[in-house]
Write a new protein. Structure first.
Length: 93
């Protein structure tokens, strides 16, 4: 099953370390979902890194370790693969 991941899902996994992070861990073993995301979510995560560190109470090193794991579970899709659909997506969202 294909699942599209947005930045809020990654934020949740990093900040709460609850069910969302467990989903990534579970999927790393059983490979039930194919997780994809637009490549720009990593820029968004980087922009909010200090806030994530503050809210998660993780050290920068711990955050990087968890983030590296999450990145390894998600296939990043370059913008050129979906840019023609962005206007339509904005209309219906």
């Amino acid at each position: 099953m294909l699942l599209v991941v947005d930045a809020n899902v990654v934020f949740s996994a990093l900040i709460k370390e609850g069910a969302t992070l467990r989903l990534f861990e579970f999927n790393s073993i059983f490979k039930i979902f194919e997780l994809i995301a637009p490549e720009f979510i990593w820029d968004e995560i980087e922009e909010h890194k200090e806030e994530i560190i503050r809210k998660s109470k993780l050290s920068e090193e711990e955050l990087e370790r968890v983030l590296e794991f999450i990145r390894s579970e998600i296939v990043s899709i370059p913008k050129e693969y979906f840019s023609e659909f962005l206007e339509k997506a904005k209309e219906i969202s």
